[in-house]
Ligand binder design. Structure first.
Ligand SMILES: [Zn+2]
Length: 684
């Protein structure tokens, strides 16, 4: 009897526990997570024009009032992946800092829970050097570098199509573990240049991104996958006088689409104001691997499961980007529809009545103002120190190619209210887009006016110098860089720029002095070794040059320019096999870099393989049509291969198109000498 009763009781317990298991929402097999971030995505663009995204929004939980905590890509993504506000993870700007090792992130959580983790990002802004790669088994941030010594430009982004291709390959790998995949599409960022047939506009980019997301969604099983979609920040498109994002804290750049579509969640729309920092804790919890450390974001899972609106909570945002220009930084605090912006001239808006943020109600709504200002002060007092760090030259150049200015540690400036300088900023954005579009000369006059309008703004001054340098006016660029070092003698960048401009104009002696000043202030900058090596090589100290180029590679193992320079110096030392290795490494890192292609070609000609060298010169010239040395080498290769007629024709083509300037006399003389050595019937 005794046994019987015990048996029955445990049978009842068994039935209960089976019932509980049957009712539990978390399935036995963990859910996959597909975390899609769409750069520069305005909330109002989610709709009919984005059918794939809109479908996920209809089938999932759509947040209608989600704000980004910061309108800048790197800090915004650090927040999306960690649930922390920028003032608690310390990444406040693009291009600077490393995500702190002691803070938790989604990939780290999922990796520990046995997931395979992969990230596929579309921009250098999210390069692994900024620390968001932690926890990812695969962090695909490889963006082919297009380094050409003549232009100094860097490819710093890649198309969504390529990002999705890479992600799909990874997703299709045979692996029994559940996955956490982060896919970042950068396309909607300015300049707006989607592939054909999409219109060359912001909306064209958004439509292209939607088509790419559709490819990704078609490849996954939605019944076993949580799909998350979020914009990192919006785009102002001229509203409030701002063209892009980063300067101001109005809704066009903060309000973003945010969607969580999970197999266990019924579709619904959430109207309460939330932050994109809420995503990380919510997604982790939905997948059954919650954060163990406290984060700023709220876990909204209980509300989503119960089908109710989350309680109102304060929503914070900031931008420190204006401080880069010497202007005041901004922060904002929102509670339901009341939004306070802390600025030299503070603002308060009622977003319910005034979604366009046109009427400042600060003087009439004193209570809301004091409450939000107090909350903001309290939160700001908890900020962690961001790691002091300087931005290296390559990072700076890449940021510039994406339209961003790297933060300078020494910036002092006027602390002007960003909204009052919005017209200046807009003209600055237009000027930098001219430079990035290869029209540096056209940017000179607008930048000169900007320097007159904001004389202490060192960014305007340096950008004018860059435009002058790129349009060939070295003397004026040098004069401006001299002013910059006089204004900010501790600014390593200013010294560095002066050094490069002096070197480029042939003033190696003064260039070396300026470079020494830059090195004193920032000794670890890889590019400093590169320039020093070039100067040593030109002065004939090949062994010294080799050492400097190797130091560059040590500090930056993917520096294609350093490998090319190393190849050149090794070739000059007759160490052809090693030179070939260095050139090939440069080509591997940067397949569209013409110089090492020319280098390999030259080595092949010297080694008696003139025919084999031809494709290298052809590729170099296809990439850089004005690479006259490569054309000269091509002619030599033709001659060595025994085709004197073709060699003569090549040399004549070169002579006909060489610019008249005396700068090209060495090439002209070499071509004439080579032509003179050909049999007379070919000289014409
Ligand atoms: Zn962004």
């Amino acid at each position: 009897m005794q046994n019987d009763r015990v048996f029955r009781r445990s049978a009842a317990i068994l039935v209960l526990s089976l019932l509980a298991a049957a009712c539990r929402e978390t399935p036995r097999r963990p859910l996959n997570v597909l975390f899609i971030t769409i750069d520069t995505f305005r909330a109002d663009r989610l709709g009919a024009a984005t059918p794939a995204l809109n479908r996920v929004a209809r089938e999932g939980v759509r947040f209608d009032a989600a704000d980004s905590p910061v309108p800048l890509t790197l800090p915004a993504h650090a927040s999306l992946l960690s649930g922390l506000l920028p003032l608690h993870h310390g990444l406040r700007n693009n291009g600077i800092g490393v995500f702190p090792a002691d803070r938790e992130t989604l990939p780290a959580l999922f990796a520990r829970a046995g997931y395979r983790t992969g990230a596929f990002v579309g921009s250098f802004i999210l390069d692994h050097r900024f620390g968001l790669d932690r926890g990812f088994e695969r962090y695909d941030d490889e963006i082919v570098r297009n380094v050409t010594d003549s232009s100094g430009t860097f490819d710093a982004e890649r198309r969504g199509g390529e990002v999705i291709d890479r992600a799909l390959t990874w997703l299709r790998q045979n692996d029994t573990r559940p996955f956490f995949a982060w896919v970042h599409l950068y396309d909607a960022h300015a300049p707006y240049a989607p592939p054909a047939p999409y219109p060359q506009t912001y909306d064209g980019e958004v439509a292209y991104v939607d088509a790419q997301v559709a490819r990704l969604l078609a490849a996954i099983d939605r019944s076993t996958t949580i799909v998350v979609i979020a914009g990192d920040h919006g785009e102002s498109l001229g509203e409030h006088g701002e063209l892009t994002h980063g300067l101001l804290l109005y809704e066009p750049t903060l309000h973003v689409p945010m969607i969580v579509a999970a197999p266990s969640l019924a579709p619904r729309t959430i109207r309460a104001a939330v932050s994109t920092v809420d995503l990380a804790p919510t997604v982790a919890s939905l997948a059954g691997v919650p954060f163990t450390k406290l984060v700023d974001g709220r876990d909204l899972t209980a509300d989503l499961r119960a089908g109710r609106e989350p309680r109102p909570a304060p929503v914070y945002a900031e931008t420190q980007y204006p401080a880069t220009f010497g202007w005041s930084e901004l922060a904002s605090m929102r509670m339901a529809s009341a939004k306070f912006i802390s600025a030299p001239a503070p603002e308060l808006y009622d977003l319910a009545r005034d979604p366009g943020e046109a009427v400042n109600v600060l003087t009439t709504e004193r209570r809301a103002f004091h409450d939000l200002a107090a909350r903001l002060d309290q939160l700001r007092s908890t900020a962690v120190a961001s790691a002091p760090s300087t931005v290296d030259a390559e990072t700076k150049a890449k940021l510039a190619s994406l339209g961003y200015v790297a933060p300078a540690p020494s910036s002092t400036g006027t602390k002007r209210d960003p909204k009052s300088v919005a017209p200046l900023f807009r003209r600055f954005e237009e000027a930098t887009s001219l430079i990035n579009g290869g029209r540096a000369r056209d940017a000179v006059a607008p930048l000169e006016q900007l320097v007159r309008d904001d004389p202490s703004n060192h960014v305007f001054r340096e950008t004018l110098a860059r435009a002058l340098r790129q349009s060939g006016d070295a003397p004026r660029a040098i004069a401006l860089y001299r002013q910059a070092v006089a204004l900010a003698p501790n600014d390593a960048d200013a010294w560095y720029n002066l050094a490069v401009a002096l070197e480029e104009s042939g003033n190696a002696r003064e260039g070396a002095v300026a470079l020494a000043e830059a090195a004193k202030r920032d000794p670890n900058r890889p590019e400093i070794h590169n320039i020093r090596g070039t100067a040593l090589a030109e002065a004939g100290d090949l062994a010294g040059a080799e050492k400097e180029f190797r130091a560059t590679i040590n500090a930056d193992p993917r520096n294609a320019r350093a490998y090319n320079n190393l190849g050149n110096v090794l070739r000059a030392m007759n160490r052809d096999a090693e030179a070939g290795e260095a050139y090939r490494k440069a080509i591997e890192i940067a397949p569209r870099y013409a110089d090492p292609l020319n280098g390999v070609g030259a080595l092949l000609v010297a080694g008696g393989q003139a025919r084999e060298a031809m494709p290298y010169f052809d590729s170099a010239l296809q990439i850089a049509p004005d690479f006259y040395e490569a054309q000269l080498n091509r002619a030599i290769a033709l001659q060595v291969a025994g085709d004197a007629g073709a060699a003569a024709a090549e040399l004549q083509r070169l002579l006909a198109r060489l610019p008249a300037s005396r700068d090209y006399d060495p090439q002209r003389n070499a071509a004439r000498t080579l032509l003179g050595r050909l049999p007379p019937q070919f000289r014409r």
